[in-house]
Design a protein around this ligand. Structure first.
Ligand SMILES: NC(=O)c1ccc[n+]([C@@H]2O[C@H](COP(=O)([O-])OP(=O)(O)OC[C@H]3O[C@@H](n4cnc5c(N)ncnc54)[C@H](O)[C@@H]3O)[C@@H](O)[C@H]2O)c1
Length: 342
């Protein structure tokens, strides 16, 4: 088997490439990534020279470059490549439209034109919008994205499903809840809070910290993606969730407790516009049809994740480039300023 993974230098993609090399001993993996601020070869350091791993730098929305960069047949294609941070999409959605929508369509077309095998498109539960205090997202929940990020992911999902219906293309989609684990870019909640706590910096928590996410360990997500790619029904969507709903404030307090840091580091900041209250996945379909279920325990693996970031400060310092610092300062700096003024 020869497979293509796009976005394999990012958080979930790098975990997935590592997982594939271990779990499928006769698969060759071509890993294509643009290396944006969120993609980093440092996350692939231990496998860059692996004999079954080839890294290619390219933009999935650049058709000419993609055609030139990819040679030979692929039996499976996994599309992780995306702009993925909601706050950045609120600041400017242009890059999200290009990578997440145009990029997805360019890849869909290439897979069809070249006769590649099944395309697995990695999507998110954010396409369903927000839940109230009750209920769960099923695969039939209405698509009602709130943020420009979620809207761009929803658009891509619809294009993937359209390719199945219009062209009979072999595609599957996974929609997963919030991931945590090693190699997550430190602008996302869990690594940001861990690294700030380690440095005794303020921990910026949106609103009152009551937003609920259904946390899933990245290893469970990777196993779910491979299960769906190998055994899922063509043209179907599979929701993957961690069965671990937690309020943001609870997560932040657990991190502080693990690091033995005071709760006084928590700073409530002006909420994100249209901040979705709650996401929670009903994984009944994937459990019943493919036998996948999350295995990781949130409390245990959150502690392991905290330890990973503490032990891998060099990785975190390196990936937090000047570009990242500029964005964080302008985004949270304003909000921390609002709070002080208020
Ligand atoms: N992180 C989560 O909690 C979560 C949950 C559900 C679904 N997802 C989805 O999983 C996928 C991966 O998420 P992540 O958290 O690893 O994101 P990430 O931001 O850490 O990684 C994205 C990767 O895509 C690459 N990339 C961006 N634009 C590209 C382009 N035009 N061409 C090629 N490469 C490009 C980046 O360089 C980076 O390596 C995304 O599609 C995201 O929507 C993420």
């Amino acid at each position: 088997m020869r497979v293509l993974v796009t976005g394999g230098a990012g958080f979930i993609g790098s975990n997935f490439v590592r997982y594939l090399l271990k779990e499928r001993a006769d698969w060759d993996v071509v890993n294509l990534d643009l290396l944006t601020y969120a993609g980093n070869l440092k996350s692939l350091e231990d496998i860059l020279d692996h004999p079954r791993h080839t890294f290619v730098r390219a933009d999935i929305s650049d058709q000419a470059r993609l055609c030139e960069a990819l040679q030979g047949h692929f039996d499976l294609v996994f599309n992780f490549a995306a702009e993925s941070h909601v706050d950045r999409s609120i600041a400017d959605a242009t890059a999200f439209v290009r990578a997440n929508i145009l990029g997805a369509q360019t890849l869909i077309d290439l897979c069809r034109e070249r006769g590649y095998g099944r395309l697995l498109h990695v999507s998110t539960d954010e396409v369903y919008g927000s839940l109230g205090e009750h209920g769960l997202f099923t695969e039939d929940s209405p698509i009602k994205p709130t943020s420009p990020y979620a809207a761009s992911k929803a658009a891509a999902d619809l294009l993937v499903l359209a390719a199945a219906r219009t062209h009979g293309q072999d595609v599957v989609i996974t929609r997963c809840s919030n991931n945590y684990g090693p190699y997550q870019f430190p602008e996302k909640l869990i690594p940001l809070m861990i690294l700030n706590a380690l440095d005794d910096l303020p921990l910026p928590v949106y609103g009152e910290g009551v937003n609920v996410r259904d946390w899933i360990h990245v290893a469970d997500h990777c196993r779910g993606i491979l299960t769906v790619a190998e055994n899922g029904r063509s043209g179907s969507v599979y929701n993957l969730g961690g069965k671990s709903e937690r309020q943001n404030l609870t997560v932040v307090k657990s991190i502080l407790e693990t690091l033995d840091k005071p709760e006084s580091l928590i700073h409530f900041v002006t909420d994100r516009p249209a901040h979705d209250l709650r996401y929670a996945i009903d994984p009944t379909f994937v459990e019943a049809e493919l036998g996948w279920t999350p295995r990781h325990d949130f409390e245990t693996d959150l502690r392991a994740t905290v330890h990973w970031y503490r032990e891998n400060r060099e990785w975190a310092d390196e990936v937090r480039s000047g570009e990242y610092r500029q964005f964080t300062e302008s985004w949270y700096g304003k909000r921390l300023g609002d709070e002080t003024a208020g």
